[in-house]
Ligand binder design. Structure first.
Ligand code: GDP
Ligand code: MG
Length: 612
């Protein structure tokens, strides 16, 4: 059940045309009647010659009400661009035309109204002038129909033309995710709150549990009406009225979206492919404050242009838009931005709630371009190049329910493009790149420290700039693939051993022999260099202490054993007792005990130590 709507300059005969076509006066508000001016959206319906029923939205033409026009144009399948034959194209003819372009309204018909007021030669001239206005727009080449609401001239042709154009449009998609951007909310005595709007992406039935986003008001469908007739269900693309229970009219306003509970997320930022209006006067600059309009909602927002400093008439650019208050929208929806003076730009949303994007960064733009072109699975695979995501993050970024995110994730896992670990979805490309980085970093460290058996994990983590969770994922991957092995707090290629020079080997064996010869009083005057000591620590050959005393590992272990036995008997240990236990000097006893404290084997309490 398609929706058609009007567009065009004020007083060019839009509302009169709708009444002539439908028999319904779309100017429903008393104020509008008195002033003879459409201020807000008007609604009617019509059965076409083919029998097809269509909803009709009448929009205000006055520039002061352009936001209302935008709210109405969002759900249209077909726009009737109304131009009065006696006046020809005027400013809002061009502005509305530009908006229809930005919103990518699928089809259009130019309706030349008030043809009873002019000779047909004059109408020819106006049509020629219109051609220039339409040139380059999506409506260039659209059918033109001459009518008079007064005499009825051309109305049948118009009805048939509407039928013919609608027949060429694809059916509205049913994604089993109904959503209805609210354009009106009012109370009907005895029934309570009623909202109206154009339903997309799914079907509504009486009794359905619903939620009004982004405020999160839960409610239930109490009744449905289409064109003032009670119905049990509403299909995608239909204009309808929904009677809700569980909410009060005062809580509802235009811009809310009625959808299944939990089926939408609120976007507080979005990325869109913006195209500037073809009649833009003031180029949009980076970091501009604007009004963002999406379906029937609007908010203040800040625009970050990702590829340029300014966006001029007709140009396009990727932009990240930060919203002042959240809006429930989905990738694929169209947004329009306005300044107080003019409609600036618009285009499709490709992502919501993503991270802050880099400007003038080729790979970022290429990723966005693929996002614009790709299927949801492809878009997710692309997003994963930046890093792993939880299901909640995917749901938020793609504006889909978590159940859908899980399904999408399963798709990528089964195609081998991603894997699930610790409830994070990890992209193959990201994992390969990070794994290579870790392998490279370990190799770099070991080359710079030829005596080390491994690279400290924390050093590697910082060098590859990963957060701890992501780093653990990468490490377990390189361990799993047998590229690396973990050695204590270090990482090394599997089986890696440093190669020593003959001189170094000689130095080490002399040193080890010297400390083993006097295990409890190892000489401290000829210690090897720090890298050699680190090498021996890593191999488990020695125990170094802060006091500069280096024990052979087996001697140290023996000392610990004896000390523990002593304490089991005596309850505590003094410096003097330690000295006597090992027949050593005060210097060694002290270095040994302080090291035990540092290892948290013992705790010092005055002159005595106890086991921890
Ligand atoms: P809108 O602002 O575009 O909705 O214009 P309206 O429908 O309110 O019409 C503006 C004025 O033009 C009204 O006074 C109408 O009576 C008049 N009008 C509309 N259509 C025709 C027409 O086909 N012929 C003549 N002569 N007047 C018309
Ligand atoms: Mg009007």
């Amino acid at each position: 059940m398609p929706v058609i709507g009007t567009a065009g300059h004020v007083d060019h005969g839009k509302s009169t045309l709708i009444e002539a076509l439908t028999g319904i006066d779309p100017d429903r508000l008393r104020e509008e009647k008195e002033r003879g001016l459409t201020i807000d959206l008007g609604f009617a319906w019509l059965t076409l010659p083919s029998g097809l029923e269509v909803g009709v939205v009448d929009v205000p033409g006055h520039e002061r009400f352009i936001k209302n026009m935008l709210a109405g144009a969002g759900g249209m399948d077909l726009a009737l661009l109304v131009v009065a034959a006696d006046e020809g194209p005027r400013p809002q003819t061009a502005e509305h035309l530009a908006i229809l372009d930005l919103l990518e309204v699928p089809a259009g018909i130019v309706v030349l109204t008030k043809c009873d007021l002019v000779e047909s030669d004059y109408a020819d001239l106006v049509e020629a002038e219109l051609e220039d206005v339409l040139a380059g727009s999506r409506m260039s080449g659209a059918p033109v129909v001459r009518v008079s609401a007064l005499s009825g001239l051309g109305l049948d042709i118009l009805r048939n033309t509407i039928d013919a154009v609608l027949a060429t449009l694809p059916a509205r998609r049913d994604l089993a995710r109904p959503r209805l951007p609210v354009d009106r909310a009012f109370t009907i005595q005895g029934f309570g709150a009623v909202v109206t709007g154009t339903l997309t992406d799914g079907t509504l039935r009486v009794g359905d549990e619903m939620e009004l986003f982004p405020e999160g008001l839960r409610c239930r469908v109490r009744g449905l009406q289409r064109h003032r007739t009670k119905v049990d269900g509403l299909g995608p693309g239909t204009r309808g009225a929904v009677n809700l229970s569980g909410v009060r009219t005062e809580e509802i306003h235009r811009g809310m979206v009625l959808a299944r509970p939990g089926s939408l997320t609120s976007a507080s930022s979005l990325v869109a492919r913006l195209t500037a209006s073809r009649i833009l006067l003031h180029p949009l600059s980076h970091e501009s404050e604007v009004t963002l309009l999406a379906a029937t909602s609007e908010t203040q927002a800040r625009v970050r242009l990702l590829e340029a400093e300014t966006l001029a008439r007709g140009a396009d650019c990727w932009a990240q838009i930060v919203l002042q208050s959240p809006i429930a929208l989905l990738p694929g929806d169209h947004v329009v931005i306005r300044t107080p003076d003019e409609t600036v730009a618009g285009g499709p949303v490709v992502a919501v709630n993503g991270r802050r994007l880099r400007r003038s960064h080729r790979p970022t733009v290429e990723g966005l371009e693929r996002l614009l072109a790709g299927s949801p699975a492809e878009r997710l695979a692309d997003a994963l190049v930046a890093g792993p995501r939880s299901m909640a993050e995917i749901a938020s970024e793609f504006g889909i329910p978590e159940a859908d995110a899980t399904q999408l994730a399963a798709l990528l896992v089964s195609s081998g493009e991603a894997q699930l670990e610790e409830r994070l979805l990890i992209g193959r490309t990201w994992l390969r790149a990070r794994s290579d980085a870790v392998v490279h970093e370990v190799a770099t460290f070991l080359a710079a420290n030829p005596l080390r058996r491994s690279a400290p994990r924390e050093h590697v983590r910082r060098a590859v700039a990963l957060d701890p969770t992501a780093f653990e994922i990468v490490v377990s991957s390189v361990v799993h693939s047998a590229e690396m092995e973990t050695r204590g707090a270090g990482l090394a290629p599997v089986g890696y051993e440093p190669t020593l020079s003959r001189a170094q080997e000689e130095e080490i064996s002399v040193f080890l022999a010297s400390i083993r010869a006097e295990p409890f009083s190892p000489p401290t005057d000829r210690l090897p260099s720090a890298p050699v000591l680190a090498y021996l620590v890593e191999r488990g050959e020695i125990e170094t202490t802060a006091g500069g005393v280096v024990f052979a590992a087996e001697a140290f272990a023996e000392m610990v054993r004896r000390v523990k036995a002593h304490m089991a008997d005596e309850g505590s240990l003094s410096l003097a007792a330690t000295r006597d236990l090992f027949g050593t000097s005060r210097k060694y006893a002290q270095a040994f005990l302080e090291h035990l404290d540092a290892l948290r084997i013992t705790r010092r309490n005055g002159d005595l130590r106890t086991l921890l």
